[in-house]
Design a protein around this ligand. Structure first.
Ligand code: ASP
Length: 634
């Protein structure tokens, strides 16, 4: 090692190289061409095989594994140390690189043609026996152990590889944005409420007792203010916080790629985002083909009509078929006729090759449909011999249904009828997705991106007695629908369910990937008057609007450019790239399903001193209850 007073490495290459006082190269570097070279390497004892006078040590770091041979005759001291080594000890080893004997090469290791014949072995750190196998990454491991000992799980290849992939994703995102002239800007974490439809995490302030910050649900208002500031193109890989119930693809804190652009319309934002996505996908997962270029752009209503979903999985067809035209003169089956008479829908999907589905399979699908609100699930099967079989065959013309659905021999037609058309779309959309996966119709390797645009501006919130933004309270309205942003009463502060606003479409676009919502954004309202009108429809009094959004409303008085942007779930994107369904699998330190950190045990009770400094007291909880114990619930 060098003395502190010695100069720094002579060249930037040396400073940037992996060499350190403990090693010349990493455990992944050595090749046959290095044979004969004296080296120093360091890492963890991945595996140790003791053959008496020969001890084999597999030395591991994040770059790879190098086999070390310690020979009692060649280096007795090194052998004595190596006999004490256990798995996961941290070692520093010097020795000479040698080609492995013919036939002893390991094709699975990049370093598999060589081994290091040890001259010295030094133990830098001893290790307890880990709670799960590090050297058998495929061994199933209890999920809570993986979270409690996350630093050990990260030593294992699968999670390590996913974190490397995530890092490559972030890098590719940055590259693409810099190329397009975006500026990376960090926005504050201690902020004010930024509504995105979830509860806020709040942070009390010692300097302002009685006041709280809210952690950002998104940097929405700040990025819009950056557009008012003239930044033109902004992006950030932003941490967002939402206090909501956790599911497979949710965590209380998560990461978004957040971006905003000035002087744009919807097309322009989608064009950039699409090109950026293609660039990033090709850089990070070059082996995974993109299904369709340009990405399909589907109007929201059409997406629901064809796929029963606003995040359709377009890797396969199986589109919803409208059966109403078949029953123009009545179907003869009461359930269908009542649904249509009630203003509802009767629609179907065709499950290929499922004509022979057993009774219990049909029952299971019916149960599935009921779980999502259907009253039942009718079916018609077109057997391989061309015969049509169906429990509703005695009431209605199943041949006409089969023809309308373009069923082929061997197919099963599944039909949902309901007076509420949304239920029909939703249930069939979910069935479609489920069966598409079960029947292997969705190619696991393909990346099927698709846009859905022109979402409704608002949905009626009966509890609050006002409209609610379906996506983003700042979204702009499609220009030809601007005249709809009015109330029936004429008083902008008295919204009602009958308002024309319910029919207005937003300049809102979502991007879906393989049936997952990957991101969403919009072109925003950039005029104060219109934003106030929209907030009034969303149930804000002028007073409340100014208390919550006064800053941005005022900013709009100083010249706001037309602008729009999007946010994409970075965790979801990484998970989809890594073939995972839970975003925890691409996060270094995620929380459990109940929002706890099992490793560092948070959340935890504040120090009594912190209570008094902050002027806080938990009420309604006695001391024992207020201690939040991280639990192991997933
Ligand atoms: N702020 C929005 C969100 O977090 C995205 C956007 O409209 O840019 O979902």
């Amino acid at each position: 090692m060098r003395a502190m007073s010695e100069p720094s490495p002579t060249s930037p290459e040396a400073a940037f190289s992996p060499a350190t006082p403990y090693r010349d190269v990493t455990c992944g570097d050595l090749r046959a061409t290095d044979a004969g070279r004296s080296v120093q390497i360091a890492g963890w004892a991945h595996r140790r095989r003791d053959h008496g006078h020969l001890i084999f040590l597999d030395l591991r770091d994040r770059y790879g594994i190098t086999q070390v041979v310690v020979d009692a005759e060649e280096s007795p001291d090194a052998h004595a140390v190596a006999s004490r080594v256990r798995n996961e000890f941290v070692l520093e080893i010097t020795g000479q690189v040698a080609r492995r004997m013919a036939g002893k090469e390991n094709a699975e290791l990049e370093t598999g043609e060589i081994e290091v014949r040890a001259a010295s072995v030094q133990i830098l750190s001893e290790a307890l026996t880990p709670p799960f196998y590090i050297n058998e990454p495929d061994a199933t491991t209890d999920e809570s152990l993986r979270l409690k000992y996350r630093y050990l799980d990260i030593r294992r290849r699968p999670l390590l590889d996913r974190l490397l992939l995530r890092s490559a994703l972030a890098r590719a995102i940055r590259d693409a944005h810099h190329r397009a002239g975006f500026v990376e800007i960090e926005t504050p974490i201690l902020l004010k409420s930024t509504p995105e439809g979830a509860r806020d995490f709040i942070v009390p302030s010692r300097l302002q007792p009685g006041s709280v910050y809210a952690l950002p649900q998104s940097p929405q208002q700040l990025k819009q203010l950056l557009m008012v500031a003239g930044m033109d193109r902004y992006f950030q890989i932003a941490r967002c916080f939402r206090d909501e119930d956790l599911r497979g693809d949710r965590q209380p804190e998560f990461t978004q790629l957040d971006l905003e652009m000035s002087f744009v319309d919807e097309q322009r934002v989608m064009d950039f985002v699409e090109a950026m996505i293609v660039d990033v996908s090709r850089a990070v997962v070059p082996d995974r083909p993109i299904q369709q270029l340009p990405f399909p752009r589907i109007d929201y209503k059409e997406a629901l009509e064809r796929f029963g979903s606003d995040k359709p999985d377009v890797r396969f067809g199986m589109e919803l078929v409208d059966l109403a035209p078949v029953f123009a003169n009545g179907s003869g089956f009461r359930v269908f006729d009542d649904a249509l008479a009630g203003g509802g829908r009767v629609k179907a999907i065709v499950a290929p090759g499922m004509a022979d589905a057993s009774r219990s399979q049909i029952d299971e699908l019916t149960e599935f449909a009921r779980r999502f609100g259907a009253k039942g699930l009718a079916h018609v099967s077109l057997a391989a011999d061309g015969e049509l079989r169906s429990p509703i065959g005695k009431f209605t013309n199943v041949a006409a249904i089969s023809a309308a659905a373009h069923a082929k021999q061997g197919d099963l037609i599944l039909i949902v009828a309901d007076a509420d058309g949304d239920v029909v779309a939703d249930v069939l959309g979910r069935l479609r997705q489920e069966l598409g996966l079960r029947l292997g119709l969705a190619d696991q390797n393909v990346l099927a991106y698709c846009w859905v645009y022109h979402f409704p501006m608002y949905q009626w919130d009966a509890d609050r007695g006002s409209w609610d933004a379906t996506h983003n309270p700042f979204s702009g309205v499609v220009p030809e629908d601007e005249k709809l942003l009015v109330t029936e009463s004429g008083d902008p502060y008295k919204p009602s369910r009958q308002d024309p606003a319910g029919r207005a479409r937003a300049m809102q676009y979502d991007i879906a990937l393989n049936g997952w919502e990957l991101g969403g954004g919009s072109v925003r309202i950039h005029k104060r008057e219109l934003l106030e009108r929209s907030f009034a429809l969303q149930g804000y009094s002028l007073e409340k609007m100014h208390a919550q959004f006064g800053g941005i409303l005022e900013a709009f008085d100083f010249g706001a450019p037309p602008h729009g942007g999007i946010a994409m779930g970075l965790d979801r994107w990484a998970a989809l790239f890594a073939h995972q369904t839970n975003i925890r699998e691409v996060m270094a330190f995620p929380k459990t399903q109940s929002g706890t950190d099992l490793m560092l045990e948070s959340p935890s009770e504040p120090d009594p001193e912190q209570y008094s400094e902050l002027g806080l007291r938990f009420v309604g909880l006695d001391a024992a209850e207020s201690t939040s114990r991280p639990d192991a619930k997933q």
